[in-house]
Design a protein around this ligand. Structure first.
Ligand SMILES: [Zn+2]
Length: 328
């Protein structure tokens, strides 16, 4: 069950603002929650709705047990409306329907909440309709507009909302969220080292190209350790064949960087920081090959290679140079 205590760790600023407004009984008429996917916008809005409507609140925490809490949790509270795009957009009719619902008196009180997911997908007509609605707020109505891209909303709508920015998750929170999404610890660690976008992490974890990229990085390490004279051949025959463009190669270099960081962590016995936890034996072998100092230099070379790619140096050349540099 999501609580403010838990949400406070994931989104400290946003949680503090919202719980304060409840405690001080200064809830705004409209909020705009903006942040990338997976940052908890919908969870926060439902939690906020619970705190707003709970009949047995403990401080700011909703009881999670009263009729209101239970109905919000199961998505069928008569005074909490969730609007989502129908197809590609949110249409004027959906907003009109909402407005009509809101003219009725609430079943138990007059407190009403509506949440608009992907608010940037409102058609112009829908947005104008919503604007009228926001212009005549009822004292006990709370609107929450959720979006990944607040800039694409009408300024007139934005200006009527209290805007709250949801932060990207830090690697530790990201890892936990991914495990909640049924990812294995090993994969979750790797993904949270690569991205702070939840959706991207999930897509990447299911991607065959990425799985092969990971294998190639380990193969490159083995070649560098055991048959260094064949390293350039490996780059030309196998590596470049898989990392076909600059973006792909950047991703390959990101993985290589994680490997060398792991070597450094293994040297300093910081097990908790190691990303490739299921390759522990291989990392140990790497520490015999690269000292802490050499692994650190390798990291510098990899960063340099990444910069050269951005500066349009030929990818094969970048990779060949890098291989020679980290070969020792
Ligand atoms: Zn309750």
């Amino acid at each position: 069950m999501i609580t403010w205590a838990k949400m406070g760790r994931l989104q400290p600023k946003v949680s503090k603002m919202l719980t304060n407004s409840i405690q001080k009984d200064r809830v705004a008429h409209a909020y705009l929650f903006q942040g990338s996917k997976g940052t908890g916008k919908l969870s926060v809005s439902l939690l906020f709705a619970k705190s707003f409507l709970c009949t047995n609140r403990n401080g700011v925490e909703p009881c999670q047990e009263c009729k209101n809490c239970i109905r919000i949790e199961s998505g069928n509270h008569p005074d909490v409306h969730l609007i989502q795009p129908e197809g590609q957009s949110i249409k004027k009719e959906q907003i009109l329907h909402l407005q009509k619902e809101f003219t009725y008196t609430g079943l138990e009180s007059n407190q009403k909440v509506y949440i608009i997911e992907n608010a940037e997908k409102m058609t112009t007509n829908a947005a104008n309709r919503l604007l009228k609605f926001l212009e005549e707020p009822s004292k006990e109505t709370v609107a929450m507009l959720l979006t990944e891209n607040g800039q694409s909303l009408l300024d007139t709508i934005r200006s009527r909302c209290q805007i709250l920015a949801f932060q990207p998750l830090n690697p530790e929170n990201m890892r936990q969220r991914l495990i909640e999404e049924n990812m294995t610890e090993t994969t979750a660690r790797l993904m949270s080292a690569l991205t702070n976008n939840l959706e991207e992490a999930i897509t990447l974890s299911q991607d065959e190209w990425f799985a092969n990229a990971r294998k190639l990085v380990i193969q490159l390490i083995e070649v560098l350790q055991n048959k260094p004279s064949e390293a350039l051949l490996f780059i030309n025959n196998q590596w470049m064949d898989h990392f076909k463009d600059r973006d792909a190669l950047q991703q390959g270099l990101n993985l290589l960087m994680i490997w060398f960081k792991d070597i450094v962590y293994e040297h300093v016995e910081n097990d908790a920081a190691i990303v490739f936890i299921n390759e522990k034996e291989r990392i140990q072998k790497s520490t015999y090959h690269w000292s802490k100092q050499q692994a650190t230099s390798a990291l510098t070379y990899i960063l340099e290679a990444k910069r050269k790619l951005v500066a349009n140096v030929h990818p094969t050349l970048v990779m060949e140079q890098l291989t020679l540099q980290i070969q020792r």
